[in-house]
Design a protein around this ligand. Structure first.
Ligand SMILES: Cc1cc2nc3c(=O)[nH]c(=O)nc-3n(C[C@H](O)[C@H](O)[C@H](O)COP(=O)(O)OP(=O)(O)OC[C@H]3O[C@@H](n4cnc5c(N)ncnc54)[C@H](O)[C@@H]3O)c2cc1C
Length: 477
């Protein structure tokens, strides 16, 4: 490989006549392009290529293979594993590919590979439509979809990938193909759960769901002494199993008070009076703050944006929990969490969330029907630790791992490999970090994924997502 400026002059020349930009450390806009949702994922890339089309991506892949330059792909930049940033190579940045088209007659939404959920929610809402997207609307469509995708509509309509009809993807070879149930169906099986390992998706086509009316949603905040009653309500919520409702609950110490509180986020896809009756027990507990109300669906996914800003170092973590849960068990977790968070400077905005989204529709799809393997009789736990001091990176990682392990004991997710494949692994890949293996995330789908990786990316060009090893298919006679 030549010196960095020489090499990237070649890429600029390759992309001449296109709208693509090649940013190197001396370029205007380079530093901004390194920003990620978590500061500890900001890495000094050799160059950032802001591509605008599949053809730009093909040319860029040809260039990096010729010059042996490692790459990452950046969608919304929200992963906290660092999988969309790189210090020794090149970023393929999709932020100029944010077009969304809606076909109201066919009931489809087609989103380019660099869109964020606000782009999709707003475009779909113009036609009274929606799809299953993320609950914080500045999150990228790319990473969230390729790893599975849970949202408020999951109870009624399954995962984001369960509403994915097809993708256009540029493979490691540089070829652009469509993957769908009828075209490259093996690739379509792989991209629904492990997509970030198989190429650069330039567009996603989703099934659009009619959403003509507003919904009831928003946070209610309680003092910590109400935690046992909130757990009791979550147990009741589980029994009622209303697929049009969702309840996120957990704890944080948000500003301005920076004191511990129990957070709940309500969602009800129906009339206000029905929502108020359904969640009545929570108002009876006396919330100290109530920000709930009737809102357009496109607004719901912005309600938590303020709690998920871009400053600070952050780590997402994932686990599983089963309901009913004993209030005493959750109080013990809260105690341990609070002791850690209050014992370290600047961690008050950390969050532990029990995502009680009905999973019946998710489980109607078999774990072996696509690479995503987290379909089981349990809900997801999501933790976000936020801190500022780089010295704490490892301490946070260790604590988060231990707490999630303990919390997930309630789910009792079977550790036997055979069963984990069928019953769900208990780990959501998009919440996990580099400390999980492909086997942890894909269970018994791992072997087929490794064979498909060999078919579609034998040299492991896309090597920064969950580690998959390309493995040749062994034909047994
Ligand atoms: C505040 C916040 C809220 C969240 N809420 C939810 C939620 O409600 N539901 C949920 O399911 N998850 C949620 N997540 C987790 C989220 O799914 C992951 O963080 C996901 O990786 C974000 O995708 P991204 O495109 O923003 O990230 P990036 O860091 O850009 O990408 C993540 C991975 O996907 C790859 N990638 C991205 N786009 C493409 C593409 N077009 N083609 C190929 N590879 C691509 C990247 O290379 C990288 O490996 C949330 C995360 C955050 C930080």
């Amino acid at each position: 490989m030549g010196s960095a400026p020489d090499v990237y002059a070649q890429l600029r020349s390759d992309l001449k006549g296109t709208e693509a930009e090649v940013l190197t450390p001396d370029s205007e806009g380079y530093r901004e392009s390194l920003q990620r949702w978590s500061e500890h994922c900001v890495k000094e890339a050799q160059a950032v290529v802001k591509v605008t089309s599949a053809s730009d991506i093909t040319k860029t892949l040809h260039f990096v293979k010729t010059n042996k330059i490692p790459i990452v792909v950046k969608g919304g930049g929200h992963s906290t594993s660092g999988s969309s940033s790189i210090s020794d190579g090149l970023v393929i940045d999709l932020s100029k590919m944010r077009n969304v088209t809606v076909d109201p007659a066919a009931k489809t939404i087609t989103a380019q590979g660099g869109t964020i959920w606000a782009d999709v929610d707003n475009a779909a809402a113009e036609h009274g439509l929606a799809t299953v997207g993320g609950t914080v609307n500045h999150t990228g469509v790319g990473g969230l979809t390729l790893g599975g995708g849970y949202g408020y509509l999951t109870g009624a309509h399954g995962l984001t990938i369960d509403n994915l009809l097809s993708v256009s993807i540029v493979l490691a070879s540089g070829t652009q193909v469509t993957a769908s149930p009828t075209s490259n169906s093996d690739l379509f099986w792989a991209v629904r759960g492990a997509g970030q390992n198989f190429g650069v998706v330039t567009s996603f086509t989703f099934r659009a769901i009619p959403q003509p009316h507003p919904v009831f949603a928003g946070p209610l905040i309680f003092l910590p002494d109400k935690l046992p009653q909130v757990v009791t309500f979550a147990n009741k919520f589980h029994e009622q199993n209303n697929e049009d409702a969702a309840l996120m609950w957990g704890f944080s110490c948000p500003p301005p008070a920076n004191a511990p509180v129990v957070l709940t986020m309500l969602f009800y896809n129906g009339p206000e009076d029905a929502a108020r009756a359904f969640f009545a027990d929570l108002w009876d507990l006396g919330p100290v703050a109530d920000m709930s109300g009737v809102v357009p669906y496109a607004t719901v996914n912005s309600l938590l944006n303020a709690n998920a800003g871009f400053d600070g170092r952050k780590q997402f973590g994932g686990g599983a929990f089963k309901l009913p849960m004993s209030p005493a068990f959750v109080e013990a977790l809260f105690g341990e969490w609070l002791q850690f968070v209050s014992g370290h400077e600047g961690m008050n905005e950390s969050l532990m969330l029990f995502e009680t989204i009905p999973y019946g529709k998710v489980r109607e799809v078999a774990n072996e029907s696509c690479s995503f393997s987290n379909r089981g009789d349990y809900y997801n736990i999501g933790t976000v630790f936020k801190w500022f001091d780089p010295e704490l990176d490892e301490v946070v990682r260790e604590f988060s791992r231990g707490l999630l392990r303990k919390a997930s004991q309630s789910a009792g997710v079977e550790q036997d490999e055979e069963i984990r494949g069928k019953e769900g692994v208990g780990v959501y890949g998009n919440y996990s970090n580099n400390d999980v293996s492909a086997q942890d995330v894909y269970g018994s789908n791992t072997k087929r994924l490794e064979e498909l990786k060999h078919k579609y990316d034998p040299d492991n060009l896309f090597d920064r997502g969950t580690r998959l090893v390309p493995r040749p298919l062994v034909v047994v006679n």
